[in-house]
Design a protein around this ligand. Structure first.
Ligand SMILES: Nc1nc(=O)c2c([nH]1)NC[C@@H]1CN(c3ccc(C(=O)N[C@@H](CCC(=O)O)C(=O)O)cc3)CN21
Ligand SMILES: O=c1ccn([C@H]2C[C@H](O)[C@@H](COP(=O)(O)O)O2)c(=O)[nH]1
Length: 264
């Protein structure tokens, strides 16, 4: 994950100071890409300890189609609490767009089921795409999607994934997002009898919040450890059958966690 540290350094060296919606202030660059070969290990940051529990539960929650934080809270995950209303609702965020995109004639589109069916039946298609960016509904979301689209690609028996982010909290958000899409790629690959290939991240406004600068400097002094491996204990009937206990990050060795405030 040297590439991640290089990205932090790149923002540090080339970023411009920019105000933002949260009032925190950032240094920011525009348009960057990272590529990770999933055959070389699972891309979990080793230069600070990541809370894998939150990452796994958040992905299972997206896949379930839920947009209420109750499931997360029941499992001790608090990362979406600041954006939820009194009933725990977030509006038509990721889960809703992935599983129940509403068409103009009242039809409901399950993009996840569809994309997996397509990968299985027509792997060479160039349309293996899921979009969370729904212009008709962005105003009814607690936060418009940051990771707004992803695409799969099949070649040589391997499944690769490219995902796009319009706005990137590089210190707190991106490590979660990379691990989450790596996990999703492993799951979809298993469901489609493929091996995981490459994970490609592309970012628009890629920033470091002004109150994360010390944390970033500390992280940049640290040497990465070897990457862990992901073990999936069983193959469920469908992409929606995975449980938290099915995943193990084998050999995850990391530097200690680094606390940082989240910009709301
Ligand atoms: N400013 C901002 N950055 C984000 O990354 C972000 C948002 N807002 N809003 C929506 C979601 C929520 N996400 C979050 C929220 C909190 C943490 C966070 O505080 N992470 C801590 C550990 C917290 C935990 O797992 O309990 C960390 O040290 O990584 C990470 C991602 C990602 N998204
Ligand atoms: O998965 C996520 C979700 C959110 N973020 C970050 C990116 C920005 O710092 C904020 C969102 O603020 P906007 O003003 O809507 O851009 O959250 C992330 O990095 N990853």
């Amino acid at each position: 994950m040297k590439a991640y540290l290089d990205l932090l350094q790149d923002i540090w060296d080339n970023g411009v100071e920019k105000e933002d919606r949260t009032g925190t202030g950032t240094i920011s660059v525009f348009g960057r890409q990272l590529r990770v070969d999933l055959q070389q290990g699972f891309p979990l940051l080793t230069t600070k300890k990541l809370h894998t529990r939150s990452i796994v539960h958040e992905l299972l929650w997206f896949l379930s189609g839920s947009t209420n934080v109750n499931y997360l809270r029941e499992n001790g995950v608090t990362i979406w609490d600041e954006w939820a209303d009194e009933e725990g609702n977030l509006g038509r965020v990721y889960g809703a767009q992935w599983r129940t995109w509403q068409g103009p004639n009242g039809q409901v589109i399950d993009q996840i089921t569809n994309v997996i069916r397509q990968i299985r039946t027509n792997p060479d298609s160039r349309r293996h795409l899921v979009s969370a960016w729904n212009p008709a509904e962005v105003d009814s979301m607690a936060l418009p999607p940051c990771h707004y689209a992803f695409q799969f690609y099949v070649a040589n028996g391997r499944l690769s994934c490219m995902f796009h982010m319009r706005s990137v909290d590089t210190f707190l958000g991106l490590p979660f997002n990379l691990a989450s899409y790596a996990l999703l790629t492993h799951m979809v690959a298993q469901q489609c009898d493929l091996e995981p290939g490459e994970l490609i991240w592309s970012g628009g406004d890629v920033h470091i919040y002004s109150n994360h600068k010390e944390q970033v400097q500390l992280q940049l002094t640290r040497e990465p450890h070897p990457l862990p491996a992901l073990s999936i204990k069983r193959k469920p009937e469908s992409i929606f059958g995975y449980k938290f206990e099915d995943f193990e990050f084998v050999g995850y060795q990391s530097h200690p966690g680094i606390k940082a405030p989240i910009a709301i």
